[in-house]
Design a protein around this ligand. Sequence first.
Ligand SMILES: *[C@@H]1O[C@H](CO)[C@@H](O)[C@H](O)[C@H]1NC(C)=O
Ligand SMILES: *[C@@H]1O[C@H](CO)[C@@H](O)[C@H](O)[C@H]1NC(C)=O
Ligand SMILES: *[C@@H]1O[C@H](CO)[C@@H](O)[C@H](O)[C@H]1NC(C)=O
Ligand SMILES: *[C@@H]1O[C@H](CO)[C@@H](O)[C@H](O)[C@H]1NC(C)=O
Length: 354
Amino acid sequence: MFSYSTYLSLGCSFLALAANAAPATLATRASFSGCKTITIAAQTVPAGKSLALTNLADGTTVQLAGDISFGTGVHWTGNLFTLQGGKIIFNGNGHTINGNGAYYWDGQGTNGGVDKPKYTVELKISGSFTNVKVINVPGHAFSVQNPSALTISSVTYDNSAGAKLGHNTDGFDVSHSTDLTITGCTVINQDDCIAINSGTNVVFSNNSCTGGHGISIGSIKTGNVVNGVTISNNKVINNQNGLRIKTYADNNNASVSNVIYKDNTVTGATSYGVIIVQDYTNSGETGTATPGITIKNVSFQGTNSVSTTSSATMVKVLCYPGDCTGTWNWSGLKTSGGKKGTNVGGAPITGYTF
Ligand SMILES: *[C@@H]1O[C@H](CO)[C@@H](O)[C@H](O)[C@H]1NC(C)=O
Ligand SMILES: *[C@@H]1O[C@H](CO)[C@@H](O)[C@H](O)[C@H]1NC(C)=O
Ligand SMILES: *[C@@H]1O[C@H](CO)[C@@H](O)[C@H](O)[C@H]1NC(C)=O
Ligand SMILES: *[C@@H]1O[C@H](CO)[C@@H](O)[C@H](O)[C@H]1NC(C)=O
């Protein structure tokens, strides 16, 4: 049976846990403070328990030596795998983290239905996180809240088994992030590929997003600030939307500034190719933009090739008059395939004709 002293006598390997292991969140103490490298063995984490490595010493390397699966039999809301610490070097060595979502999927996601672990992977680290496959998440896949520079690369998140009943299965939910790069990742899911809710200097480059709701900034609520986002060289394939900024209706004291879209390719978008709106709510757009959240400086550089299905709208902009400001140079946007859209509310777009 797992215990603190047993663990220490095993050195820095995080071996399989006994089914009756306690407490519910294991290894939340500074158990690994003597370890420069922590190796997590292949294992099935008991149902209703988290694998949480928190308060890691600066510079710790964490690696997977096998696949991690999360047991089922309890509907609960805890996050499944958590890493927290500074300058952490995580390498999944190509192994898989399996949330066994089919046990939870009921078509209602995190909006209702049975309790579901909200996030399968929770990252509160700086450093790097690479080379892992995440499958079958019960709720959202990644929560990313990095206090300083973090690069996430070569992650494959494949939730295709949830095509029918998976819901709200976001890829990367980013908030309170500083200097984040997500690059070379593959996402196949049923909701946003990435949703940037707050943060500074976020780069999302060279990723592919298939089957979900697209690349999103927002939804932005009261108090959220997003400043400095570069979205470049991504492929967005058969999503509802391609590139989106959504601010929440009837919220205020928030802003989105300095967003650059460069050299992205969107194909087969079924609702909108590009959509920037200030009337978003969780249950749909209201049709009426509300004041109090500003969107400043949104540019399309290089060549962004955006094509939609014929019934979709290529570009929709809906701003509260005066709340979309600054420079909106859209000369790098080329659209095709769908219906012409509208620019309602006077966003100062140049270089693109609706
Ligand atoms: C883009 O990501 C792929 C892996 O998905 C990688 O092989 C390739 O080198 C990356 N290209 C750039 C320019 O970073
Ligand atoms: C506005 O939001 C910021 C966080 O971005 C917060 O610090 C500040 O207190 C808020 N101001 C008001 C008037 O609510
Ligand atoms: C918008 O961009 C201009 C330069 O293009 C810059 O001077 C201004 O500070 C930016 N606005 C914000 C809110 O960062
Ligand atoms: C918009 O950007 C393009 C390409 O970067 C540039 O050539 C053009 O001068 C810009 N237009 C305006 C109005 O600034």
